[in-house]
Design a protein around this ligand. Structure first.
Ligand code: AMP
Length: 194
């Protein structure tokens, strides 16, 4: 019997759009794990690994960790057993080179991108959300200067991926400036087609 194609959902949206919150909710519903590169880097930082030390300088400034490093980490993660049916990608890819690398990886893994939901929120709402998160979670990169840089990096490096995936007919827009459960319900119907 032919092996089933693994299913990958690429959640797109600026920092603070709610990707992480939604991905965590979607995990159970879709029975696919959330693979969040920001969380993976933060875990490495906490465990004081070499990768964590390397990532820290970039994360503190709100810059992207170099593509080769990020892609190697994602490749390793997607080869783990819990990704046998696919994954919800949260915060990856974030640059055209990462999108290309993901395509190659999906060929190797016998996977395909199912859909690219784009959770959009106005930038002033995003910034106030991130500043609020800074107070609650105390994330080192949630300070105003770093937030502004992350927004610039998003606009310059990540937002162009929306055109790239739109050309492939994969992008579906979701208004992220609504209560969590409303955004979630829309995402479920977009992803499952129900
Ligand atoms: P996030 O939690 O997704 O906001 O990511 C926090 C930080 O981790 C980012 O500002 C980057 O420094 C780094 N990071 C996360 N994902 C990526 C990625 N796909 N490529 C490069 N750097 C990343």
């Amino acid at each position: 019997m032919a092996e089933l194609i693994k299913k990958f959902v690429v959640l797109m949206g600026a920092p603070g759009a709610g990707k992480g919150t939604q991905a965590k909710l979607l995990e159970q519903q879709l029975k696919l794990p959330q693979v969040a590169t920001g969380d993976l880097f933060r875990a490495n930082l906490k465990n004081e690994t070499e990768l964590g030390q390397l990532a820290k300088t970039y994360m503190d400034r709100g810059d992207l960790v170099p593509d080769e490093v990020t892609v190697a980490m994602v490749k390793d993660r997607l080869q783990q057993d819990d990704c046998e049916n696919g994954a919800i990608l949260d915060g990856f890819p974030r640059s055209p080179a990462q999108a290309e690398a993901l395509n190659e990886l999906l060929v190797e893994l016998n996977g395909a991108i199912n859909v690219v939901p784009f959770v959009y929120v106005d930038e002033d709402v995003l910034i106030s959300r991130l500043l609020k998160r800074a107070e609650i979670e105390g994330r080192a990169d949630d300070n105003e200067e770093t937030i502004r840089n992350r927004m610039n990096v998003y606009r310059e490096s990540t937002a162009p991926l929306l055109d790239y995936y739109s050309e492939k007919g994969l992008v579906v827009k979701v208004d992220g400036d609504r209560p969590v459960d409303e955004v979630y319900n829309d995402l479920v119907s977009i992803i499952t087609g129900k």
